[in-house]
Structures are given as structure tokens and as C-alpha cells.
Design a protein around this ligand. Structure first.
Ligand code: HEC
Length: 146
């Protein structure tokens, strides 16, 4: 009788201590995006970055702040893709892009134009660096990951 009680309470205790798969999991546990989503994300990044540059020039900071925030989120997906593949230079370039986009976001809010310009240049640099190393032109106007 006591034996059974001990076994049951031990089981209950183990159950209570077991790690649970709850909604509280963070983005880090999100599965990486597919190559198809990667390509679609790059297209969104490109058009949003173009629009951001125009808004920054026009000092349209409300839209600029929103666009920079979206860029930071998309680059987090890009970073996750490369981290899952363990490609360090691309993952770190994506991280620089996230940080630059966040810097643009807060500089837009503060209307700090010199910080904004610097961060925009830094962000543009990541496009070039990563494309040189990891984007292959297929000759028909499309690209693939390499
Ligand atoms: C960490 C790497 C990385 C960074 C940073 C990056 N890209 Fe890309 N990009 C890629 C790769 C890889 C591809 C090829 C994948 C594809 O197009 O299917 C690509 C493709 C593209 C394409 C072609 C999309 C298509 O398929 O037609 C555009 C446009 C683009 N990127 C714009 C940008 C812009 C603008 C930035 C910076 C604001 C940027 N990218 C930053 C890696 C990156």
C-alpha cells in the first residue's frame, strides 16, 4: 500500500517536473524558413528597403520607423536560416542587418539624422557583403542561394 503510494507520488512529481511544450517557447525554437520563403522574404526586404530610403530622405520618420521594424523581423528569419545551416559569415551579416535596422528604427523615432544615415549605410553594406558570398545569379534575372 505504502509502496504503491510512493510510486504514484513519484510519477506525479516527475510529471510535474517534466519540461513542457508550451506557447511560452521563444522564436529561437522556430523552425528555419524554406528556400522558397527565403526568396520571397528577400523580395519583401528589397522593396521595403527601397521605400525606407525614400522615406528617410523625405524625413518621413513615422513610415521609416515602421519599415525598419519590419526589416529587422525579416532579417531575423534570414539569420535563423543561416544559423540552422551553420554558415557563420552569413548569419553574422544578417545579425548586423538586424542591428542596423533597429538603429534606424530608434533614430527615426528620435529624428537623429546622422545616426540614421550611418545605420542606413551599414544596412546597405550587408546586402552587398552577403550577396557577394551567398547569392548566385542564374542569368535570367533570378537568383539562388549558394
Ligand atoms: C545574410 C545574407 C543576405 C543579406 C544580409 C541580404 N541578402 Fe538578399 N539575398 C541573399 C541570398 C542568398 C539571395 C538569393 C536567394 C533567392 O533570391 O532565392 C538573395 C536575394 C535577394 C534578391 C533577389 C530576390 C529574387 O529571388 O528575385 C534581392 C532583390 C535581395 N536579395 C535584396 C536584398 C537587400 C536589399 C538586402 C539588404 C537590405 C539584402 N538582400 C540582404 C542573401 C542576403
Amino acid at each position: 500500500m505504502w509502496m504503491r503510494f510512493t510510486i504514484v507520488s513519484t510519477l506525479l512529481l516527475l510529471l510535474a517536473l517534466a519540461p513542457r511544450n508550451t506557447a511560452a517557447q521563444t522564436d529561437a525554437s522556430k523552425s528555419p524558413i524554406s528556400e522558397q520563403t527565403y526568396s520571397a522574404t528577400m523580395k519583401q526586404i528589397a522593396s521595403t528597403f527601397r521605400s525606407l530610403q525614400i522615406n528617410n530622405k523625405a524625413m518621413n520618420h513615422t513610415d521609416g520607423e515602421r519599415e525598419a521594424g519590419r526589416l529587422a523581423q525579416w532579417f531575423a528569419d534570414i539569420q535563423g536560416y543561416w544559423e540552422a545551416k551553420n554558415v557563420k559569415d552569413a548569419a553574422s551579416e544578417a545579425k548586423i542587418a538586424i542591428d542596423a535596422a533597429r538603429a534606424i528604427e530608434s533614430a527615426s523615432k528620435a529624428m537623429n539624422m546622422s545616426t540614421l544615415d550611418d545605420a542606413e549605410k551599414r544596412l546597405a553594406g550587408t546586402c552587398q557583403n552577403c550577396h557577394k558570398a551567398h547569392r548566385e545569379a542564374l542569368g535570367d534575372g533570378t537568383f539562388r542561394i549558394r
